[in-house]
Design a protein around this ligand. Structure first.
Ligand code: MGD
Ligand code: MGD
Ligand code: SF4
Ligand code: MO
Length: 747
């Protein structure tokens, strides 16, 4: 029943969809409005934890600037329109590019909230398939794609991402992550600060490597203020110590790991002494940490975006798992382990698979290799600007704000202005979507069901948690929008039956599953399974199918303990299915079923990184890094009063020595300049910064009058990505967001 029909206050339980922590929320509702959001103390994973963004979900739902109706460009201005008119405009606008045999004229950018949303997680694929373009860009290439590549190369599966078994470990070495503000990434463990505090309380040790003394670093036993961009070199030095001292102890992993024997020679260049000047970490400290890692009973090494959004991001991700392997901590309780989600597909129990390869095609202008079907978003602007065959002339953006969130955003902003047609699926008219010809707004987060398809796959316990929709939606569901777009892209026009399209797509998935010999429904009739799937709506039906055929599912039998949608509905606080369990070697999907440490691409990067050690790092220039904030979420939650109406946060932080050397006073307006551009921001002298490094949060720069973001505009700030140069990690295509060379002087 729709909560809006209740006059009295009632409490709804749901999983917060805003970040990777997946906290359980208890939402008090009256008369169809959110009164209050608290943490759900009974949630099986989060136990009551929440942050200010979760609290702001009601504000997000009520935000008068959030779009409720489509926008269509008329006389040069975006104006509200009916859904019918909007669909007709989309059909007309895309038609010229869809007619072409090679779909290279259409680009697609998919942003981060897509993976926090059932519709995006389950029903984006038919649209991408129908669009059939190689010009696909996503927020992955300003984020985590190096980790996928490293896992692809090592384990044959880019989604085999081990996470620290935080509740059972004795030692955590954390690089380039700030869970005290971000709440964790590719590591779903709500209340990470609490979990890490408990690790220390039980006698464990916590070491943080970050150029800035973050709130996370303040809670560490040791903080090492590394120079930005050097994490790979430093982790390789730890590995070098371990192998050269003969202390590698991979244990049971050795039986199925190739390349251990050649490591000593391949790592030889990375002695602690050789990396010391570049990383700014003395050799004795590096040796000590290496020994601590080896000697800890159970240890975990974890690195995130500070290590990955770098020139050697893939190498850093690879070195992280190398350390876990050398210490025998990969796939071991209290080390790093592969989570198992209720909707994961079951394996047949034998290692081996199709392996992992990149470079099946290349970007048109710069020739960068495709990785996981996409191209680096740092190349999007040049693909729009550069004329010739395959130039992007029409763009579809889905839940993305690349003008603020991707490198050289100023250039991208100008490029978008020159497109022939642009379509955005988005809840706001913002810095990116203001360029669209049509904006299609999906319902708010409270107007849809939720189950975390992506992040439950990175959770420290196997957990299932489903939230029904809280309020009825005014317009079409996001899955309906994506499916109708898929039909338009397939040339079927805008009037088709989306329900039938959804069911046809579900049938395809069922057909694939019944042909998997390891599946509990192997050999079953597709029609029979479809008839037994529960739920009315496409997302619910797909979810029921996935969890029933997953590792904890009922397999479409009478198994009362098995999972299905009905059981999920009956358990609003979630179902805990236990801690992580060892999965190797079965989980390996390399062609030969072995864990691969020897790899030509990695060897090339090892050589490149080793060569850098010969030259001293330039110390006369400042390096810019980012700064995620507790009350922010990339670029898109700055319109909510409780999150934005706070003291000025878009400041450039700098060490006092660097300020003195430039004659800059605290609070003065400074010009921050790079090869990409210049922004003006207030200076904040701060002792958390190390000399030589300055920090500016990203996601600000709400400077355009033609957006519909009144409050964000009043706290506009400047966009860090106007000064981030469009540079990439060659193996993954990930943008180099950290360690950008800048100058700072008085504005
Ligand atoms: N310099 C610098 N840049 C960075 C980073 C950094 O650390 N430093 N971090 C990077 C990272 S990790 C990421 S993930 C990217 C994010 O990059 P993007 O995903 O491109 O940017 P966001 O700011 O998250 O924008 C999300 C968009 O989705 C819309 N939206 C929100 N909810 C929904 C929904 O339910 N449906 C739809 N259709 N739209 C919705 C919002 O209105 C907004 O337009 O930014 C990256 N940019
Ligand atoms: N409050 C809040 N939470 C969020 C988000 C948000 O915008 N706000 N965004 C969400 C998203 S999309 C993501 S991907 C995650 C990211 O989650 P995290 O990976 O934890 O991201 P950050 O908080 O940016 O932490 C990165 C840290 O790396 C440091 N760093 C920068 N350069 C280097 C370097 O070269 N080496 C090392 N060792 N450290 C470096 C920075 O100082 C920073 O402290 O957070 C998610 N959670
Ligand atoms: S930590 Fe993340 S999941 Fe939890 S309430 Fe905050 S935004 Fe939501
Ligand atoms: Mo991200």
């Amino acid at each position: 029943m729709n909560a809006a029909s209740h006059a009295e206050t009632h409490t709804a339980y749901r999983t917060c969809p805003l970040c990777e922590a997946t906290c359980g929320l208890a939402i008090s509702v009256r008369d169809g409005r959110v009164l209050r959001v608290r943490g759900d103390r009974d949630d099986v994973l989060s136990g009551g934890y929440l942050c200010p963004k979760g609290v702001a979900l009601g504000e997000l739902h009520d935000d008068p600037d959030r779009l409720r109706r489509p926008l269509v460009r008329r006389d040069g201005r975006l104006q509200e329109a009916s859904w019918e008119e909007a669909w007709a405009r989309v059909n007309e606008g895309l038609a010229p590019w869809l007619a072409a045999r090679e779909r290279t004229g259409i680009g697609v950018y998919v942003g981060n909230p897509t993976v926090h949303n059932l519709a995006g997680s389950l029903f984006l694929r038919p649209l991408l398939k129908a669009l059939n373009t190689r010009q696909l860009f996503t927020a992955s290439t300003v984020d985590q794609i190096p980790k996928h590549v490293a896992s692809g190369l090592m384990f044959g599966d880019p989604f085999a991402l081990p996470v620290p078994d935080i509740d059972r470990t004795d030692y955590l070495l954390l690089l380039g992550a700030n869970p005290w503000e971000s709440n964790g990434s590719l590591w779903t463990a709500p209340d990470l600060p609490g979990r890490i505090r408990r690790l220390r309380r039980r006698g464990g040790r916590f070491v943080v490597v970050d150029p800035r003394r973050t709130r996370t670093a303040e809670h560490a036993d040791l903080h090492l203020a590394i120079r930005p961009g050097c994490d790979a070199h430093w982790m390789l030095a730890l590995a070098q110590v371990i192998v050269s001292e003969g202390r590698a102890a991979p244990g049971r992993l050795a039986a199925f790991t190739d390349g251990l024997d050649t490591l000593t020679a391949r790592l030889a260049a990375f002695t602690p002494e050789a990396v010391a000047a570049r990383c700014d970490i003395d050799a004795a400290t590096t040796r000590r940490i290496a020994r601590e890692l080896v000697e800890a009973q159970r240890a975990a090494v974890y690195a995130r975006i500070g290590s990955h959004a770098n020139r050697h991001g893939t190498l850093a991700a690879w070195a992280t798992e190398l350390l876990n392997i050398l210490t025998g901590n990969l796939d071991r309780e209290g080390g790093v382990m592969f989570p198992l989600a209720p909707h994961d597909r079951v394996h047949d129990g034998t290692p081996g698979g199709r392996g992992f390869a990149t470079g099946r095609w290349h970007s048109r202008v710069a020739g960068h290799p495709e990785v996981m079907g996409e191209l680096p978003v740092a190349c999007l602007a040049e693909e729009i600007e550069t004329s010739g065959d395959g130039q992007i002339r029409a763009l579809v953006t889905i839940a993305g704000n690349p003008v603020l969130s991707t490198p050289d955003g100023g250039r991208l902003d100008r490029a978008l202005a020159g497109l022939d047609f642009m379509l955005s699926v988005d809840i706001y008219l913002n810095e990116t979507t203001r360029h669209a010809d049509v904006v299609l707004p999906p319902p708010s987060a409270l107007e849809r069901a939720h189950y975390d398809i992506l992040f439950l796959r990175f959770a420290v316990r196997s957990v299932a948690n489903y939230s029904p929709r809280l309020f009825a939606a005014e317009g079409p569901a996001e899955e309906d929008i994506l499916l109708r777009l898929a039909m338009i892209a397939a040339g079927e026009g805008s009037g088709g039956d989306v329900g039938a399209r959804a069911e046809a797509y579900l049938a395809e998935q069922v057909a694939r599953e019944v042909s998997n010999p390891a599946s509990p429904i192997a050999g079953a009739a597709v029609a029979d399974i479809l008839a037994r799937i529960d739920g009315e709506e496409p997302c619910d039906r797909m979810l029921d199918f996935l969890v029933r055929t997953g590792p904890f599912g009922d397999g479409f039998t009478d198994d009362m303990d098995g999972l299905n949608l009905a059981r999920l509905r009956a358990t609003p606080h979630g179902i805990d299915l236990g801690p992580m369990r060892p999965q190797l070697p079965v989980r390996l999907r390399t062609r030969d079923g072995r864990l691969a440490l020897a790899d030509a691409a990695i060897d090339g990067e090892l050589a490149a990184a080793a060569a850098e050690l010969a030259t001293a790092p330039a110390t006369d220039r400042l390096l810019l890094i980012g700064r995620r904030e507790f009350h922010s979420n990339n670029s898109w939650m700055h319109n909510l009063p409780s999150l934005i109406e706070r003291p000025e946060r878009c400041t450039l932080r700098m060490h006092a020595d660097d300020a003195a050397a430039r004659g800059l006073a605290d609070g003065s307006r400074v010009a921050l300049r790079s090869a990409a551009g210049v922004v003006e921001v207030p200076l904040e002298i701060h002792d958390e910064m190390r000399p030589g490094v300055v920090s500016l949060p990203h996601g600000y720069g709400h400077r355009f009058d033609d957006t519909r973001l009144a409050r964000a505009r009043a706290h506009a700030g400047a966009s860090a990505n106007d000064v981030v140069v469009a540079d990439i990690d060659p193996l993954s295509g990930n943008a180099v967001l950290n360690g950008v060379e800048v100058t700072v002087d008085i504005a």
